[in-house]
Design a protein around this ligand. Structure first.
Ligand SMILES: [Zn+2]
Length: 75
């Protein structure tokens, strides 16, 4: 199976970690330009990461964990 969106999703975590090669970044960004769905997912994940970083300065509350788990449910 070679769904470009699956490939794009695989690259999302390393992309946000800055762990992709230049070629892979270019590949991901090319797809993001054409695919609104993936672009939305990347933006969402970025916001989520930022939110988690801020929240992690204090202990993770169970209700927050549940909230994040719900947010992560695929569309
Ligand atoms: Zn896509």
């Amino acid at each position: 199976m070679s769904d470009p969106c699956d490939r794009c999703e695989e690259m999302m975590q390393p992309y946000l970690d800055g762990a992709l090669s230049e070629a892979e970044v270019a590949e991901a960004e090319e797809h993001l330009e054409r695919c609104k769905w993936c672009a939305k997912r990347y933006r969402f994940e970025e916001r989520l990461r930022h939110y988690v970083r801020v929240e992690l300065s204090e202990p993770m509350r169970p209700e927050l964990k549940a909230k994040l788990a719900a947010l992560r449910t695929p569309l």
